[in-house]
Every structure is written in C-alpha cells, then in structure tokens.
Write a protein that binds this ligand. Structure first.
Ligand code: UDP
Ligand code: MG
Length: 139
C-alpha cells in the first residue's frame, strides 16, 4: 500500500477566485511534491461517484452542483505521512473551525464551499488518484 501519497482537488470556488497559485504555493511550501496535476471539470456522474459515500446526506445534491459548476485542479501529492499532513494543512471541513494558517481558514467561504479536498486515508488516496489520472499522467 502506498503510504506517502495523497490526492487533492482545488475546488471550483478556488479556481473562480483566482486562488490556484496561492494555494499551490502553500502546498509546495509545506513540502509536498506534485506527482500529477491538471485543470479538469467533473461531470454530474463523476461527482456522484466520487462522493458516493455522502449520497444519503442532505447536502449531497448541493455538493454535486458545486463540484460540477466549473473546473477544478486535481493533483497527486507526495510527502512522508502525506494523507495526515495534508489534512492538517487544509484544516477542518468547516472553515470557521479551521486553524489559523490552514488553507481552508485562508481561502474557504463556508462548510460547503471549502476550497480544497484532501483524501482521508491511504486507500482513498489511491482510489481518488486512479479516478482522475491514468498511469502515464503520474510522475
Ligand atoms: N459538505 C457540506 N456540508 C456538510 C459537510 C460537508 O457541504 O455539512 C461538503 C464539503 O464540500 C465537504 C464535502 O462535502 O468538503 C465532503 O464532506 P466530508 O465530510 O468528507 O469533508 P472533508 O473530508 O472534505 O473535510
Ligand atoms: Mg472527506
């Protein structure tokens, strides 16, 4: 099992607000190496599949609408302890609870439009990376 990789998306609000560069700068400054990266847009069926664990939650339809309304930046990142360290870097799901200096504290608007995704386990990092990238897109 891969233990040093995680998967992220800079969500549509981050792209709309012109925050790609500022967020990637924080990711690089925290020691993450980029193994794959692209601007891409998820279809409704892509988002329904990616977030299927949340399909019975009241926010599911809004989440799918949000995540499909414009392009995202998808990336695979490498660092020791990548999954856990990246979750620390992005901060809590609700930016009101996200620690100072975290990406969500600095760039997110709300618990729903919260700027970035970060995988929650090594297993999901692999599943999510494979969802967005073919093998020859990954360095
Ligand atoms: N979300 C939402 N309302 C909530 C909880 C989550 O709109 O009450 C959205 C939000 O965009 C979040 C995503 O659903 O990032 C996935 O939720 P999860 O609990 O997995 O949070 P994350 O792992 O992204 O911190
Ligand atoms: Mg999650």
């Amino acid at each position: 099992m891969i233990t040093n990789r995680t998967f992220t998306m800079l969500k549509p609000d981050s792209v709309e607000k012109g925050n790609i560069g500022a967020i990637m700068n924080k990711i690089n400054s925290a020691g993450f190496k980029i193994l794959a990266m692209k601007l891409t847009q998820m279809s409704v069926s892509d988002a329904e599949s990616f977030y299927s664990v949340h399909k019975d939650r009241p926010f599911f339809n809004d989440l799918v609408g949000y995540m499909t309304r414009g392009p995202i930046v998808a990336a695979i990142l490498e660092k020791d302890n990548a999954v856990e360290d990246f979750r620390l870097l992005i901060g809590a799901t609700n930016p009101a609870d996200a620690a100072a200096g975290t990406i969500r504290n600095e760039f997110a608007d709300s618990i729903s439009e919260n700027a970035v995704h970060g995988s929650d386990s090594d297993e999901n990092a692999k599943i999510e990376s494979d969802f967005h990238f073919s093998g020859r897109e990954v360095y």
